[in-house]
Design a protein around this ligand. Sequence first.
Ligand SMILES: NC(=O)c1ccc[n+]([C@@H]2O[C@H](COP(=O)([O-])OP(=O)(O)OC[C@H]3O[C@@H](n4cnc5c(N)ncnc54)[C@H](OP(=O)(O)O)[C@@H]3O)[C@@H](O)[C@H]2O)c1
Ligand SMILES: [Zn+2]
Length: 340
Amino acid sequence: MRALVIPETGGTEVLTVEDVPKPKIGRKDVLVRVKACAVNHTDVWIRRGYEGDPPIVTGIDVAGEIAEVGSDIESFDVGDRVVLYWNTTYCGECEFCNDGETTMCRDYGGLGVKRDGGHAEYVAVEAKHAVQLPDTVSFETAAAIPSNFGTAWRGLITRAAIGPTDDVLVLGASGGVGHGAVQIAAHAGATVYAASSSEEKAKRLRELGADDVIDYGEVDIDEAIKERTDHRGVDVIFESVGGETYEQAVRSLARGGRLVTIGATTGDADHALLHYVFWKQLEIIGATGATMGEFEDMLEAVFAGDIEPVIDSVIPLEEIPTAHERLSAGEGFGKIIVKP
Ligand SMILES: NC(=O)c1ccc[n+]([C@@H]2O[C@H](COP(=O)([O-])OP(=O)(O)OC[C@H]3O[C@@H](n4cnc5c(N)ncnc54)[C@H](OP(=O)(O)O)[C@@H]3O)[C@@H](O)[C@H]2O)c1
Ligand SMILES: [Zn+2]
């Protein structure tokens, strides 16, 4: 079968479309014919050598059709439409897995990171990691959500426990995760602020549920938040940009505020701003991925039509190198989807 392979770390020139063996399934598995799979920053981090261990077929977020069913499996038939939970490699035995915290397992990773993923014609997973897709949800939509909206859901709903009384600010808001965070915060009844880099992106964020959007090219985020909240600050910030915005984020929090950090696209922060953290009694909360339960809760909101991903573009395997470049430049809005 054809697949996009990272054979070794390097620039986008190392990315190659190759013929690789079609996966074989065991008794508890299903073979999925990939219909759509997202491109993620993790793919870029693996290529650059920050994460994972090439050679690997990338592709974390997979939607497709069941092509073969293992002999023990009665829950799926050939032809069923499914979306996959990506974290398929958690050990199931450690202290975290025993508590249901599978994203804290040292083997967290799964498709496209710790084992071959969905930038290929087929993927095999245990059937328990596949979820039936309603006919109303396209493969492209389904592939845009798993690790992106899943991480936003865990960060805001589980880790920060947001609710209707919270003012929430989303940074990196036009990104795959960020535009999910905006919708999930609005869905939870919060007042939603977003920071973004252009008027065009701001318009789209307002359509997705942001009550107010700050153009950070024009004004410092913390100054804008001070002005809008009468110097109080916001209760919760959902942050994925990292070094370029972390300090402004900390300065934008109200007393007792929570900063949910899920990424560092622009690298580490220079200063922790400890005096703000203790004086204002802030909480810095990390979040990564989503458990199967959080994934299913998030899917319910998507299937109900309450939240919906934006598809930036749909591309063939051969255009994945360009997709890496666009992600690194912070271009586009929502998710780039590959149709292998
Ligand atoms: N912990 C986890 O489980 C987890 C899960 C998914 C992703 N992540 C991480 O979270 C980060 C965001 O992921 P994503 O998929 O949402 O990425 P994305 O789709 O590329 O979006 C990132 C957004 O950040 C903003 N940005 C601001 N400054 C930037 C810069 N210098 N370069 C690039 N973007 C910049 C841009 O939005 P504006 O133009 O609107 O500012 C951009 O759209 C990545 O670092 C990713 O690795 C972590
Ligand atoms: Zn474990």
